[in-house]
Design a protein around this ligand. Sequence first.
Ligand SMILES: Cc1ncc(COP(=O)(O)O)c(C=O)c1O
Length: 414
Amino acid sequence: MPPEPLEYRNDLLFFSGISIQELAERFGTPLYVYSESSICRSIDLYRKGAGKRLHRICFAVKALSNISILRLMARESCGADIVSGGELFRAMKAGIEPSQIVFSGVGKSAGEIREALEADILLFSVESEEELGLISRIASERNKIARISLRMNPDVDANTHPYISTGLRENKFGIDRGSLLNIYKKILSMPGLDAAGIGFHIGSQLTGLSPFQDAASILSQTARLAREMGINLRYIDVGGGLGISYNGDPVPGPDEYARQVCKSLDFPDIEIIFEPGRSLVGNAGILISRVLFVKDTPEKKFYICDAAMNDLIRPSLYQAYHGIWPEKKSQNTVRADLVGPVCETGDFLAQDRMMGSFSSGDLLAVASAGAYGSVMSSNYNSRPRAAEVMVGSERAVLIRKREDYNDLIRGEEI
Ligand SMILES: Cc1ncc(COP(=O)(O)O)c(C=O)c1O
């Protein structure tokens, strides 16, 4: 069974009520398609889990930054978790209020800090003492007060791919948990700073809740001591990181996750900030591709399709699994590699996998491609980036047009 909102109707593949064939004919391939109702359902699950607890959802823009998606987040009263000036620009263009924006990331430039201060964002999530000093300097020069939250590195193993684990002592992220209280103490005498929060983000694609609970309990101890020291904490930022099911294995839903996190943080007067990315948009997006050639070699069968690692790099970068679903339900399965046209052996969408049998011209959907898909796409091999479409109320709307060859050379000089 493909993951919702994919489904077979009379053996033909549909996404959010529209046939894959119709989408491919109208918009071409490769094509990213997102389901508005699926995104809204996941937001509702977060809210349901948090219940009456004071909370807000700041969507992690890095997961899917198309401004129509961000506009949808604004309509659903979500804020944004940003990691660059570019993401601040996008979020504000989409109508997300600055008072709903948290600025994360280990390397904020002075220019980016200035922009965010001018916009009067909700919080800077600070990851080092040097960064703190810079924010203090810039804020006091401008007679402003920057609300900051210290990001703790709780040294908790998130049991995820090493490239997306962020809460271990050896990772570049966050501030060592042993130094946090000292830094809060220093902040009390630093100009331009309001230590309003504390937080963590321990990694991405976490499929169990215990690392979050461990991190929450470590954070709670520090938060209590910081309050005793006179720090006026109003926010606990629990980051993002909740995983999704790529292969059908069960994972906790946003409702269960949010309920547990709220339960682990016994501070009823402090607002909890959730920063979900993948769990809001991952399964709400697919990548549609067309098979160009079938190539049988003495060793293997290759299906060569028109989507490649430049469109979706997760399989090559993280050995990530994405379900591959043929447009016409196929009873036959064969072992094959699904690869793209890019000149790299590492260019594959699925490797050595049982999948439906395809002929050239057939369409397929790569499932669970909404998060860290189009945002990580590139023009490698001078391939124009794919178009993006949003389906809402069974109507498909283009939200990013396909690039053409002129887009490839924009900004270059002859
Ligand atoms: C600080 C921060 N918050 C939230 C997220 C979103 O994570 P996810 O997409 O796993 O929910 C990330 C992702 O890396 C992050 O770095």
